[in-house]
Design a protein around this ligand. Structure first.
Ligand code: CA
Length: 233
């Protein structure tokens, strides 16, 4: 069994009983241990009791905003590294972007296809931090990057990238599978402190895709939200 299939503890924060049950059944079937919290207070108590491997977070809770919970979770050193997948109703795009800006790893729109949700869960669990391992090489499929020389090799061929393009691509590779908003890319990947316009990101992405050639299709647009680097079959 590969470590990505190791059973994990998943905290499901969801107030709709039917939705919580669907999530619990599906995740349990894969062997994961599922903890349920129906409101913000229960979620806080669960987090206090122990660190889960992953959180599935509904944004509209009876006693709290999922965004506030997320902000607290990311502000607490004990839980900051726990990946969070927002499970939110369609039409909440603005809120979803806010959640991603606050450090959520991914979002799944309700209603969701179970297989897709489980695939997202597997991806998020794979990204769990392993503090004992050295910083991993920047590789994704045919893309190999070297931070020291700022060199990029794609399918065996060296390709020139500008400084901004390199920083963006490195950030995507280091955060593969995660949905990255334009704001995050400006602030975290480019460290622009607001100097780079978010639409500049779109222009960079077009160039990066072109330079990546065939591998460029792995850099997918998440409409209305941002981009993510994923395996495209
Ligand atoms: Ca809800």
């Amino acid at each position: 069994m590969d470590h990505t299939d190791t059973p994990s503890t998943i905290l499901v924060i969801e107030d709709e009983a039917d939705m919580a049950r669907v999530l619990e059944v599906n995740l349990s079937t894969l062997g994961h241990r599922v903890l349920l919290a129906g409101d913000g207070a229960a979620a806080a108590a669960r987090l206090q009791a122990g660190r889960p491997d992953l959180v599935l977070l509904d944004l509209r809770l009876p006693d709290a905003s999922g965004l506030d919970l997320l902000r607290d979770l990311k502000a607490d050193l004990a839980t900051a590294a726990v990946p969070v997948i927002v499970v939110s109703a369609l039409g909440d795009e603005q809120t979803v972007v806010q959640a991603l800006d606050l450090g959520a790893d991914d979002f799944v729109a309700k209603p969701f296809r179970t297989r897709e949700l489980l695939a997202r869960v597997a991806t998020a669990l794979r990204r769990r931090p392993t503090p004992t391992e050295p910083e991993p090489a920047l590789c994704f499929g045919p893309i190999a990057m070297d931070r020291a020389s700022r060199g990029v090799v794609v399918a065996g061929e060296a390709i020139e990238f500008t400084r901004s393009e390199f920083d963006l691509l490195a950030y995507f590779v280091a955060n593969s599978g995660r949905v990255l908003t334009r704001k995050l890319l400006c602030d975290q990947a480019l460290g622009s402190g607001g100097a780079v316009l978010e639409r500049t990101i779109d222009a960079h992405i077009r160039t990066i895709r072109r330079k990546l050639g065939e591998a460029g299709r792995n850099l997918v647009t998440v409409w209305g939200v941002g981009y993510r680097l994923v395996e495209v079959s």
